[in-house]
Design a protein around this ligand. Structure first.
Ligand SMILES: [Zn+2]
Length: 601
């Protein structure tokens, strides 16, 4: 097994090129220095002086420019850190970005406060005199009931770096302090890290390697559980306090308010999947057990693929053709973006020490998207890449069509365009193969990656998170034993007697940064529900459905999730799309069972 390289040893052509944001760290630093007096000038000019709609529009215009100049600063610092958390100069830049971000928030907070003190006709005047800021004003009005006194808002904004503290502490413990060392299996010493475990070892086809890796990984996690739980508890306390201060009935209402959805959509997603998807996934677990000849199906066996030998290897260059072919239906403009992503180094493919785990896409307004992935040369990476390019295609379009305030859609919708691309990739691969083994590999990929990842892994996080927030709403604190128990209960409820839940599985809550991003985990299955319905429409209706979908992508954050889905012809106010999605997963498991019989003949 390979030792991870340092960042300075990797092949440059497979790293992202951040010079589109800033040509150098020095250029970044001068941008930070230059924007500070601009922010100061803004508050000096407009604080206390929003006498009429015309001046208010000027102020919003200025504020828009400031916001746009802060975007690349934040993005550059984050991306530098994401490529190597241990890089001292990246840490320094990150500190600078965070400080200027705090200064910006606190110096500009008067704008919202003062606008919301005006009467309704004043705000109506802004809307009628500047159609560009209609959504901006509507968004303000939505927050009006929860707005605090101007001085309190300013004080809270000044603490924004402190409020980001728990997330930053979590990342430091996870990516810098924990040293997983090595573990032994089959008489070999194998290096262990987050990247190695999540990238390869947890799905390794050799049971001894996989199970010993899990043991060593969770033993090491266990040594950090109390620090991590205390860090998380701080995050929860902060969210609960904010919810209370702002007058929300519960922490759920506070967190969902930001997503423009109500509790019914949230709870439906968790309840229905826990009860109705579980039987299908247990069938899938049984199939894995049979095919791999395991005497017992353990928690740490769930990530194995049904037939690893049928998974082709793929190079970065080869992936482009698959992606191009699968996403061609989205049109030339979309494919042009995909090719630019490869040609202009928007993607960071390499593996190195200190790099963030998983994959993500960051789409700074005014620039182009950047994608982080750690390429393993397995076919499954084309799904990961198609997914991230889905985020890219979303914001590439939204950023071009909307102003900086209106480009981000609700978190509820964010995973729809990405998972939509996974569906397009799967459909493309299935259409172009007659080989039962490859077909079975594709279907098992859709299940084990797309649906497992979004509707099981993240959904179990969501179900656990809901239990955590119920405690928070009752003013309880959480500790490692409490979190372990909640996590274990959720896992056991979902898998029943069909999977034995090994000791260490309860620590899975420690692995996920999503818990520092509000009610994020459940949105994966919500997005995929929309994507499943949408990809069916594309398969059945072709161009008309693609056109609708492109309009949805362009709409950015100007519509709430219910409206966005409706623009795509999907009604998420009913349970039908989720019901159809669960049925579809059931059909996929049926097909896997059938193909397996055919292959085993
Ligand atoms: Zn995603």
């Amino acid at each position: 097994m390979e030792q991870l390289k340092s960042r300075n040893e990797v092949e440059e052509k497979y790293t992202w090129d951040l010079s589109d944001l800033f040509v150098s760290d020095e250029a970044f630093e001068s941008a930070v220095e230059n924007v500070r007096p601009e922010i100061k000038a803004f508050s000096e000019k407009y604080s206390g002086s929003l006498s009429d709609a015309k001046t208010a529009i000027e102020a919003i215009e200025y504020y828009k420019d400031l916001t746009e100049s802060l975007v690349p600063i934040g993005a550059y610092a984050n991306l530098r850190m994401a490529s190597d958390q241990g890089d001292a100069s990246a840490q320094r830049l990150s500190g600078l970005a965070s400080n200027i971000g705090t200064y910006y928030s606190s110096e500009t907070s008067f704008l919202t406060s003062e606008l919301l003190q005006k009467d309704a006709s004043f705000l109506e005047d802004i809307k009628s005199e500047s159609s560009e800021f209609e959504s901006f004003v509507d968004e303000l009005l939505k927050h009006k009931p929860y707005q605090l006194d101007a001085n309190v808002e300013k004080a809270l904004a000044s603490y924004s770096t402190v409020f980001e503290g728990p997330y930053s502490l979590y990342q430091k413990t996870k990516l810098l302090d924990i040293d997983f060392g090595t573990f032994s299996a089959n008489g070999e010493e194998i290096p262990l890290s987050y990247l190695a475990f999540e990238g390869e070892l947890e799905g390794h086809e050799n049971a001894e390697i996989r199970r010993n890796a899990f043991r060593a990984f969770s033993d090491k996690l266990g040594q950090y559980q109390h620090t991590t739980a205390a860090t998380y508890d701080l995050q929860l306390k902060q969210e609960k306090t904010t919810a209370d201060l702002r007058g929300f009935d519960s922490v759920f209402d506070y967190l969902l308010h930001r997503q423009d959805v109500d509790q019914s959509l949230y709870n439906r997603q968790i309840d229905m999947i826990m009860s109705d998807l579980a039987p299908h996934m247990r069938r899938y677990a049984k199939l894995l057990k049979r095919v791999h000849g395991l005497d017992e199906m353990k928690y740490e066996d769930l990530k194995i693929s049904l037939d690893p030998s049928s998974e082709p290897e793929i190079s970065i260059e080869e992936s482009r053709k698959y992606i191009n072919d699968a996403l061609a239906i989205m049109g030339d403009d979309y494919i042009n973006m995909v090719n630019r992503a490869y040609d202009e180094r928007w993607i960071d493919f390499v593996k190195n020490k200190g790099k963030s785990t998983g994959a993500f896409c960051s789409s700074p307004y005014g620039s182009h998207p950047f994608i982080l992935i750690s390429w393993t040369s397995l076919m499954t990476e084309v799904f990961v890449l198609a997914h991230e390019l889905g985020h890219a295609g979303h914001f590439y379009n939204a950023n071009r069509s909307q102003n900086v305030f209106d480009s981000r859609s609700s978190m509820y919708f964010v995973e729809a365009p990405s998972t939509m691309n996974e569906m397009l990739m799967a459909n493309h691969l299935l259409e172009n193969s007659d080989d039962p083994k490859f077909k079975r590999w594709v279907i098992s990929s859709i299940i084990s990656r797309t649906y497992y990842h979004n509707c099981v892994t993240h959904l179990l996080e969501a179900a656990y998170q809901r239990e955590v927030y119920k405690k928070v709403d009752q003013n309880e604190s959480v500790s490692a034993p409490v979190l372990n128990q909640l996590k274990r209960e959720v896992i056991e409820q979902f898998w029943g007697d069909d999977v034995s839940i090994t000791e260490g599985a309860e620590l899975t809550w420690m692995r996920q940064p999503h818990y520092y991003m509000g009610l994020y985990p459940y949105t994966y299955s919500a997005g995929l529900t929309i994507a499943t319905a949408m990809s069916k429409r594309v398969m059945n209706e072709g161009q008309a459905a693609v056109d609708d979908w492109l309009k949805v992508l362009n709409a950015g954050g100007t519509k709430d999730p219910v409206e966005l889905a409706r623009m795509g012809g999907v009604d998420i106010t009913t349970e039908q799309p989720l019901r159809d999605t669960i049925d579809y997963i059931g059909e996929l498991v049926d097909q896997l069972e059938k193909l397996t019989e055919e292959i085993e003949g």
